[in-house]
Design a protein around this ligand. Structure first.
Ligand SMILES: *Cc1c(COP(=O)(O)O)cnc(C)c1O
Length: 226
């Protein structure tokens, strides 16, 4: 990475941090209630390192395979990194995902819950689990439908003994995001769930206003993905 590119990543990180701070203040919330997840998908270690060196420790990736190529080495250098899986998980990758990730945000169907429960029976590792909700009911998008969320959350707890710590959503690109954030929050509240992963580069301010505890910001930090 050139000095200039590195300088840009660091400048954008600083900018995002200050915008997050402002949004938190505006929402009359406390800074420790909102965690910035730097979404480093498609970026190599040379882009990620300067962000690690500025103290960022929570990262998001959307592919298990890609993460296995870059994160074991980075985690060895920065053992306190917390890595979130924010992309779809296939059952046949459950073992690798449980071994590498600290949080799996995309539990979205019974087969995945079963695969994770099976993996938990074989290993001591316990990544935190969030359920992804398809708040916009978009056919092409992953996530449990809002109307099925109650039953699925109950099954996670009772049938698969999986502690679900949070909920995650990705609102439709062509709609105002706040109603989707509100719906996610409502489902979470009715299950006593306190963690809400919502908001990306374009809408993290609204998400913070609506109660996000985790925002997933990629391009605003790393630049546009090629
Ligand atoms: C890529 C991605 C993000 C980050 O998106 P930006 O618009 O680049 O901030 C957040 N969440 C998920 C699930 C993603 O796949």
């Amino acid at each position: 990475m050139s000095d200039e590119a590195e300088h840009n990543v660091v400048a954008r990180l600083r900018q995002v941090r200050s915008e997050v701070e402002r949004a938190v203040r505006h929402a009359r919330r406390s800074p420790d209630e909102v965690t910035l997840i730097a979404v480093s998908k498609t970026y190599f270690a040379d882009s990620i390192l300067p962000v690690l060196e500025k103290g960022q420790r929570v990262f998001g990736e959307n592919r298990v395979q890609e993460s296995m190529q870059k994160w074991p080495e980075l985690k060895a250098q920065f053992p306190d990194v917390e890595l979130h899986l924010i992309g779809p998980l296939q059952s046949n990758k459950a073992k690798e995902a449980v071994a590498l990730f600290d949080v799996i945000e995309t539990v979205d169907r019974p087969s995945i819950a079963e695969a994770l429960a099976k993996e938990f029976s074989k290993t001591e590792r316990r990544p935190k689990l969030y359920v992804q909700v398809n708040t916009g009911e978009e056919p092409q998008k992953a996530g449990i439908l809002p109307l099925e969320a109650d039953a699925f959350l109950t099954r996670c707890k009772e049938e698969w003994k999986l502690p679900i710590e949070g909920l995650m959503c990705i609102p439709p690109v062509d709609e105002p995001p706040s109603p989707h954030f509100g719906l996610l929050r409502k489902i979470a509240e009715s299950h006593g769930i306190k963690t809400l992963s919502m908001g990306m580069s374009a809408d993290f301010e609204e998400a913070i206003q609506m109660g996000a505890t985790h925002i997933r910001v990629g391009s605003a930090i790393f630049g546009h993905r090629g």
